[in-house]
Design a protein around this ligand. Structure first.
Ligand SMILES: [Zn+2]
Length: 424
């Protein structure tokens, strides 16, 4: 099984400078490659990775700055660009702006890499052109090296190794448990068995400091040193918040996934849900501030990264992860099935208007999600096909006269269609 291992690097000042430079070259290659792809698309043509890599090799003659970085990492950048364009469309891929992008580059060839342990807390890795780099040995590597990615997060540099552990992950979980999860704004995750997982990721002191820094930032000049220092201090706080969130997601995913053979989540379109309500100058939107606050709350919980954590944990336990359509999952009664907006008295209280069933609204949502995951499960299990004999001439005539059974509408699979992202 392939796993990732991330360690914090202790670069020498020279190595830091070199890494910073490689990062900017990769960023330039990405942006130039993207512009080239867009130009091709505008003319109705298409350029692929192979052609771009070849043209980059030719461009090295004219542009010596391209020769500074190892060609492997530039090729990997073009490969990533190729994948991004295939997934999101050439015009859906973003530029790598200097302020937004954190430098990162990948060495794909394990023959050029080696790792040694130096002491209890120190290890070193040999990377092409960078030489030996020291990193903090925070956990064992546990497998054979496949590739190494060097990246910066805030002011620290990290190396991530892709490692083949040599053990096959369980294909199917032997656990029989099933759980539905409702992700929300008030509580990050509520499960169908009545558990709640939530915490705040930013402390009150950090929130206050961040607010002051934002005010200070607004008063600085563009491009000034004060502005840079201000951004740097904000980044330090946000990185700590992000680390806390990631840690909580990983731990919660473990609590939720372990012991279960099936985990059902709602299929949430976070990008669509957090779209701005600002509108245009001709048609200004309403409740813009309120929506912006809701968007911030949604993004602060990190729904998507929680889903990724669940899927990652499920890889190790063999648990199936399904996503289902979440429409009306919070207003449907799990006891009698009545759907009515009045069922939900408040954010937290659910009282059925028909049968009087009372429960926490988030638990109700999780139960409904689990039920939907079940129905999808049954309707789409591959059915055993009847053994078909080769028809004799007499039978063939008969078959031609009879309407095909599969065309009858009754026999089509009923129930909601499962999303294509289903696990198994
Ligand atoms: Zn009811």
């Amino acid at each position: 099984m392939l796993v990732g291992r991330r360690y914090r690097l202790q670069f020498t000042p020279e190595q830091r400078e070199v890494a910073e430079e490689y990062g900017s070259i990769c960023r330039a290659v990405w942006n130039i490659g993207l512009e080239q792809r867009r130009e091709y698309r505008r003319r109705g043509a298409w350029i692929d990775y192979v052609q771009q890599a070849r043209e980059m090799a030719e461009a090295k003659v004219e542009h010596p700055w391209l020769r500074t970085a190892p060609s492997h990492i530039l090729q990997q950048t073009l490969r990533d660009l190729d994948r991004a364009c295939r997934t999101h469309g050439t015009f859906g891929v973003r530029w790598r702006a200097k302020q937004r992008w954190q430098p990162s580059f990948r060495f794909p060839d394990p023959r050029h890499l080696s790792v040694e342990r130096l002491g209890r807390k120190r290890g070193r890795a040999r990377l092409p052109k960078l030489g030996w780099v020291i990193f903090r040995w925070s956990r064992p590597l546990g497998g054979t090296l496949k590739s190494a990615t060097v990246s910066r997060d805030g002011k620290h540099w990290y190396v991530s190794f892709l490692v083949e552990t040599g053990t096959a992950g369980p294909a199917v979980s032997l656990e029989r448990g099933r759980v539905g999860i409702d992700r929300g704004v008030a509580v990050l995750a509520a499960t169908s068995d009545g558990r709640f997982f939530d915490r705040s990721f930013i402390t009150p002191g950090e929130a206050q400091r961040c607010r002051r820094l934002q005010q200070q930032h607004a008063r600085t000049q563009k491009g000034s040193n004060r502005r840079k220092a201000c951004q740097e201090r904000m980044r330090v706080i946000m990185r700590r918040v992000r680390d806390r969130r990631r840690d909580f997601h990983t731990q919660t995913a473990r609590h939720v996934v372990d012991g279960n053979g099936l985990v059902v989540l709602e299929d949430l379109n976070t990008v669509g849900m957090t779209a701005t309500a600002r509108g245009t100058s001709a048609e200004p939107g309403t409740r813009v501030g309120q929506k912006a606050g809701l968007n911030r709350a949604i993004l602060d919980k990190g729904w998507h990264s929680f889903e990724l954590a669940v899927r990652n944990r499920a890889r190790h336990t063999g648990t199936a992860v399904r996503t289902v359509n979440p429409a009306f999952s919070s207003t449907t009664c799990p006891a009698c099935g009545c759907v009515h907006p009045d069922n939900r008295e408040s954010q937290a209280r659910f009282v059925c208007t028909t049968c009087g069933h009372r429960e926490h609204a988030d638990t109700v949502g999780a139960k409904n999600v689990l039920a939907r995951g079940h129905t999808g499960h049954r309707a789409w299990r591959p059915r055993r096909q009847p053994v078909c004999e080769a028809p004799t001439s007499a039978k063939r005539k008969e078959l031609a006269l009879r309407p095909l059974r599969s065309e009858s509408p009754r026999l089509r699979p009923r129930g909601g269609s499962p999303s294509p992202s289903c696990g198994t």
